[in-house]
Ligand binder design. Sequence first.
Ligand code: REY
Length: 408
Amino acid sequence: MTTATLRRATVSGAVLLSLLAVPAHATTAGPDTAPTVAAALPEPDLVGLRGVLRTAVRQGAPGAMARIDDRGTVHRLVTGVADRGTRRAISTRDRFRIGSVTKTFTAVVLLQLVDEKKLKLDAPVNRYLPGLLPDDRITVRHVLSHRSGLYDYSNDMFARSVQGFEAVRTKVFTYRQLVARSLRHARTNQPGAAYVYSNTNFVVAGMLIEKLTGHSVGTAYQSRIIEPLGLRDTLYVHPATTIPGRHARGYLTPDTAGAALIDATRQTTSWAQSAGALLSTTGDLNTFLSALLGGELTSAASLTQMQRWWKVNSTTAYGLGLRRRTLSCGVSVYGHTGAVQGYYTYAFTSKDGRRSLSALANASNNGTVLNTLAGTLESAFCGRRGTAVRGSARVERYEDLAPGVALD
Ligand code: REY
């Protein structure tokens, strides 16, 4: 039986069980307490979704857009502009900088290497990269779940948003330089003890990919994810500063109220690399996450590992390069958020991968817009009921407001 056939059989088995009034979770084993099969999702609320995007533009984003791929049906919604100079309307065909959604791609590559027996999740990072980290207890799993304790060097890099950005906009960093910046600081916790979101972890992950494959991370993304899935608008161009082809320009909001937006489109994003430098589109991100949760990119065992959740706060948990958010209607969605200068991204899918939503605002450093954009998930997965409560969906960059509590 192929994986896909097996998956279909599992799904129909679980649906049958739920028809017999057995709760879906009773059929699952392991740490994930969310239902295995997406119970019939409410229809997306497209009117509400349009309202969320318009609110983001009213709050200062030049443009905002969302694309839903729902079992073959596609919904595209846009408002505002891709370019403040030309006033060209934003389009779901536009490429953009996806920021930390890159982390999910990076984690997938490492889990494929686990599948190929080239890497062990519970082995120390230093086994593969001798002497890199100051503590042999830090494992690959700690890194991919933000539990290494490695300080996030981007905290002080962007303490002042515009000045910090301009200082690195065209810089090219080596991975070792970024790790060295982190190690100037004390570690935030003992290995494995707590979740503290840190870009340093996914820089180390990129180093592991390069060490184990003998190629750049760009080559790994290309051959292992982009080509197999036919993602024609997903590119890793580091250290080039421009976005090839049709794209949305990105605008950074200065810290000083009332100051003009900064066009941040042109940048190396070298400070992020495997933690946040990919380019993509809403359609490609939907294809990627649907394939991942649909079991097409890793073994079933590795997908299970990616979904061993560490509770971050009342609505969010983190796996391996993957976030779970539980929405107001009780539906959980799986994916990542991204925030690089000029661009805020949300990319999430349902448990079975059959409904995906990606949303973008071409603005950043604007917490109000970021919180508003979280409402796209509510409208897409909770329908009208979700849209009604969207104002309460607050998002923090680090989403680590409560101490990490292991669920597994
Ligand atoms: C970088 C700063 C945030 C963004 C970050 N992004 O770690 C990773 C992610 C790759 O999660 C910048 N904020 C902004 C500031 C705040 O400068 N002082 O909002 O443009 O995607």
